[in-house]
Design a protein around this ligand. Structure first.
Ligand SMILES: [Zn+2]
Length: 63
């Protein structure tokens, strides 16, 4: 599912599909970008800082 995990700088679990990333500020920061996690993919990587955002609801399915 998370095929890009080995390339990710950091993996961040989020609870919504639309997120904003600014690199966390400081010297590693970058202009704020808005990313959207696709439902069937479950994760999205920030093109600036290579943080991988994973939609955490995917990990605990009901049933
Ligand atoms: Zn970023």
């Amino acid at each position: 599912m998370v095929m890009t995990a080995d390339k990710a700088f950091e993996i961040i679990s989020v609870d919504r599909m639309a997120i904003a990333c600014d690199g966390g500020g400081g010297p590693l920061g970058h202009p704020r970008v808005y990313l959207h996690i696709e439902q069937d993919k479950g994760d999205v990587m920030c093109p600036y800082c290579s943080r991988l955002f994973v939609y955490k609801a995917i990990h605990h399915k009901v049933g």
